[in-house]
Design a protein around this ligand. Structure first.
Ligand code: NAD
Length: 275
């Protein structure tokens, strides 16, 4: 369900202590929403709540923080319970909590891969599962699930991350079909690189790959609010020409896109002088 006016709604934002989550929480609060900030980083949450309040000084809307590890289903349920206690509703849930790990397949430990799936996919699943009954009972609501352009592509050195983001994509498509007619909407967001702490970490881990952040978290947040107002299903934000081209090729001719991505990666890694 599109939300045309955020004034007075209850919006839960996971990963709200940093990056895209924090920017989205600030934009929602500036538009009158009550914001429930959730993150595993408890100290970061307290600072983030101040930053959210600064976005609309004197606002009558509420900001609360709930320390939450989204990989734990009981904690996700408690988060939704506390959000619902504010006004009796949960109108919007923005699932931003995520981690990024890069590296060659043979170098990424299985435990790291499991953690990435746990946070990036199971974390989304747990929050959605906790909030769906509330939204069904109130006759509507909206989810924003953050995937990535990595959820539309196959990116060398980010294979595990891609898998976790394709999982979010597949889940959101199935979820839209399952919730058809309930008044519960889903926007899936596929951003290219965004200038956040995660991007800085990725830049170190994908050494040799030319990556550039052409989006700010604030731009992504503004687009998210617009997409929710318009009930948009797919919000793809790819200002990087190479990424936009790869997405178009993958849609039109997936085999050719796969070959050209592989060839480009091979050339890059085989033209570098050996250490
Ligand atoms: N930055 C990018 O280039 C980019 C691009 C596409 C998609 N994304 C996605 O956007 C989302 C937000 O990323 P960001 O760039 O703002 O990163 P970020 O690191 O700034 O923020 C992520 C937040 O998630 C929190 N978090 C991590 N594990 C958690 C857990 N188990 N439970 C609760 N919170 C947890 C972190 O503490 C952090 O505050 C992620 O899902 C990421 O994969 C990021």
């Amino acid at each position: 369900m599109a939300i045309e006016d955020f004034n007075g709604v209850v919006a839960v934002v996971t990963g709200g202590a940093s990056g895209i989550g924090l920017a989205t929480a600030r934009a929602l609060y500036a538009d009158g929403a009550n914001v429930v900030l959730a993150d595993i980083n408890q100290a970061g949450l307290t600072q983030a709540a101040e930053r959210v309040r600064e976005a609309a000084p004197g606002s009558a809307a509420r900001v609360i923080t709930v320390a939450t590890d989204v990989t734990d289903d009981a904690q996700a349920r408690e988060l939704v319970r506390q959000a619902r206690a504010l006004t009796g509703r949960v109108d919007l849930l923005v699932a931003c909590a995520g981690i990024g790990r890069g590296g060659r397949i043979e170098d990424l430990p299985s435990a790291e891969m499991r953690k990435m799936m746990d946070v990036n996919f199971l974390g989304v699943y747990n929050c959605v599962q906790a909030a769906v009954p509330v939204m069904r009972a109130q006759g509507g609501g909206h989810f924003v699930l953050i995937s990535s352009v990595a959820g539309k592509l196959g990116v060398p050195m980010l294979s595990g991350y891609c898998a976790s983001k394709w999982a979010v994509r597949g889940f959101s498509i199935a979820m839209r079909a399952e919730l058809y007619g309930t008044g519960v909407g889903v926007t899936t967001v596929y951003p290219a690189w965004v200038d956040t702490p995660m991007f800085k970490q990725a830049a170190e881990q994908t050494e040799g790959l030319p990556i550039e952040a052409m989006l700010t978290p604030e731009q992504v947040a503004d687009e998210i609010l617009r997409a929710v107002r318009e009930g948009q299903r797919d919000l793809t934000l790819a200002p990087n020409p190479d990424i936009a081209l790869l997405i178009a090729r993958t849609r039109d001719d997936p085999d050719r896109a796969e070959d050209s991505a592989g060839r480009a990666y091979y050339r890059r890694t085989h033209s570098q002088p050996q250490a």
